[in-house]
Design a protein around this ligand. Structure first.
Ligand code: SF4
Length: 360
């Protein structure tokens, strides 16, 4: 595989135990959509996100009740948490007091120097970073006027205003995001930002949309940047269950060779040679693979003529025939089984491979 591991050099920051930038693995983030005041639901969702492969979880902190509840949540989870705060510096101070691992807050939007100073001092004392997050939808009028609308330069200038506020207070423990829903604009803005500062960059395409369009827009935008070595952490934003965001994020990293995480499923597109119900079998295999954390490449191929050869790189696979199919390993045929038993036999083989690895 061509190596995309070479990253743009950035400083390193830490969100709890997770390092970001400075050569650390690219981390996956997501955000809960439960009420932060609902401890039980929020803890359950954070655990589900972590189980799906999420490294860092962000929570909305819209009011003091939510801020005060952060400690109750933090005590019950092991994944680092970020408090998302807008406008009210007291919420930031309370989140820090509760033990939050990072803040997402724009210092220019919390009401003046003294308030920013109070938050920065508390963040320094606690040793936690701040994410500056600029959004195309909420750019300052003055900047919009200067650039005649939302441009990469406008997004970067807006971020730099916040960056300078923190730097003036000798605070450098930060990362930056520049989100827009327009993919080319987002790519251009992050490229420009990466030439401007060496703080780690948090990638995202905002309001990417429902699962179908959102996955494509995010994969194209974030994938393009990651392939250029830009981006140290990212979130896929999709409408709906955030666990899907994490699955998609990990698939993007796996497809770029930037992370070894869980199984990779290869399935042939089907053609006139296919004589098994390949889509149904592939869906069953995909579902069952969710229980496996180890990296393993599994192929589901439609025919015995080309299947094992086409999926030679896979650790294990099935190739359909007429009412039956083959189980193969690394392109070599292991045995022939009836179509109805293909999925079970495949998983027996997977279990065996994982067991063999333990003793290798
Ligand atoms: Fe067609 Fe066989 Fe290739 Fe699938 S593996 S696309 S069935 S030739």
């Amino acid at each position: 595989m061509y190596d995309l591991q070479k990253r743009r050099p950035t400083r390193q920051i830490h969100i709890g135990k997770v390092a970001i930038g400075g050569g650390a693995p690219i981390s996956v983030q997501s955000m809960t959509n439960t009420k932060t005041t609902d401890t039980e639901a929020t803890v359950a969702q954070i655990r589900a996100l972590q189980a799906a492969g999420c490294d860092i979880v962000r929570l909305a902190v819209p009011d003091m009740e939510a801020a005060r509840n952060l400690g109750n949540i933090l005590r019950q989870v092991t994944v680092p948490l970020v408090a998302d705060i807008h406008f009210d510096y007291k919420l930031a101070l309370e989140a820090i007091h509760q033990g939050i691992h990072a803040l997402r807050l724009n210092p220019g939007n919390i009401g003046g120097e003294e308030k920013v100073k109070a938050v920065v001092e508390a963040a320094k004392e606690a040793g936690i970073p701040i994410r500056i997050g600029v959004n195309a939808g909420s750019l300052d009028k003055k900047i919009l006027k200067k650039y005649g609308g939302v441009t990469p330069e406008a997004l970067v200038e807006s971020a730099m205003e916040h960056v300078r506020i923190l730097e003036a207070l000798d605070f450098h423990d930060m990362k930056i995001s520049l989100k827009a829903h327009d993919v080319p604009l987002t790519i251009a803005a992050y490229r420009l930002m990466s030439q401007t500062v060496d703080y780690p960059l948090h990638l995202g395409i905002t309001e990417a949309g429902t699962v179908n369009t959102g996955i494509i827009k995010s994969a194209v935008g974030i994938g393009a940047l990651l392939a250029e070595g830009i981006g140290d952490t990212f979130r896929i934003s999709l409408t709906g269950d955030p666990v899907v965001e994490v699955r998609v994020a990990n698939e993007i990293l796996k497809s770029l060779g930037l992370k070894e995480y869980g199984p990779t499923l290869v399935a042939c597109p089907t053609c006139g040679r296919t004589s098994i119900d390949l889509p149904a079998i592939a869906a069953q295999v995909e579902e069952k693979l969710r229980d496996i954390e180890e990296p393993i490449e599994v192929a589901v191929m439609g025919c015995v003529v080309n299947g094992p050869g086409e999926a030679r790189g896979a650790d294990v696979g099935i190739a359909g025939g007429n009412g039956e199919g083959l189980i193969f390993r690394k392109g070599e045929i292991v045995r022939k089984v009836p179509e109805a038993d293909l999925v079970n036999e495949l998983f027996q083989e997977i279990d065996q491979i994982l067991e063999e690895r333990k003793h290798a």
